[in-house]
Design a binder for this molecule. Structure first.
Ligand code: PGA
Length: 259
């Protein structure tokens, strides 16, 4: 199965108007021309910069992602939240859902991640749904159990929806072992492949076609020096890049490593 790789930059809570302008121009000048690009590229800045980035990325073929979305579909009394149609209106194509920092610091549950995925899909956004285990869960041999549980919650939400599992074909998944995020400690290509194959297998057991086509990204201390090895694994379809996405040169080198 030939899957188009994806490289998404998760800027987290970093940036300023000036820093973003130079980062985006560095990325755009470093990427291959649009027609020759092999990977899909997505940038995910903080909410307040989305509209400005939408203009900078217009006609460049680079996608724009938010880092979170409200689970509620429409307008309403949800102070501080941002609705999926609003993200769409300002030019977002993608949205990161269930990042481990949201789960750990803001108590997002598996069930909430499932609801957010549905809301994003309904607004025409591509969800980048994150799963991943803690170090103590890995050490206890519970990696598949934890990742399976997180994924099952998303599958359950989709199955309860009239659209059913079909929505999964419009999702991107990201395996991000929590112990590898921002720590400089990357999963080995074999560790990543093991979990990616598990994720794909779980989806294939429900729907063989979607399981074969869904992109599963790896995230957690991806750098120019380790990206090629990771992306070379059969079930690793690109990366969700944190720290290294803040340096144009590094991010562009990681995109090039998908080739
Ligand atoms: P990192 O972050 O590349 O800095 O480890 C990845 C992520 O959290 O998406």
């Amino acid at each position: 199965m030939n899957r188009t790789p994806v490289v998404a930059g998760n800027w987290k809570m970093h940036g300023s108007r000036a820093a973003n302008a130079s980062l985006v121009s560095g990325v755009l000048s470093g990427l291959a021309p649009r027609a020759e690009r092999v990977a899909e590229v997505v940038l995910c800045p903080p909410f307040v910069y989305l509209a400005e980035l939408a203009q900078r990325l217009d006609q460049t073929g680079v996608g724009l992602g938010a880092q979170d979305v409200c689970a509620e579909a429409g307008q309403g009394a949800f102070t501080g939240e941002v609705a999926a149609p609003m993200l769409r209106e300002v030019g977002c194509t993608h949205v990161i859902i269930g990042h481990s920092e949201r789960r750990a610091l803001y108590a997002e549950t598996d069930e909430l991640v499932g609801r957010k995925t549905l809301t994003a899909l309904a607004a025409g956004l591509t969800p980048i749904v994150c799963v991943g285990e803690l170090l103590e869960e890995r050490d206890a041999g519970r990696t598949h159990e934890v990742v399976g549980r997180q994924l099952e919650a998303v599958l359950r939400a989709l199955q309860a929806d009239p659209g059913g599992l079909a929505g999964l074909a419009r999702c991107i998944l990201a395996y991000e072992p929590v112990w590898a995020i921002g720590t400089g400690r990357t999963a080995t290509p074999e560790q990543a492949q093991d979990v990616h194959a598990f994720i794909r297998g779980l989806i294939q057991s429900r729907d063989a076609r979607i399981g074969g086509s869904v992109r599963v990204l790896y995230g957690g201390s991806v750098k120019p020096g380790n990206a090629r090895e990771l992306f070379g694994m059969p079930d690793v379809d690109g990366g969700l890049i944190g720290g290294a996405s803040l340096k144009a040169e590094d991010f562009v080198a990681i995109v090039a490593a998908t080739q």
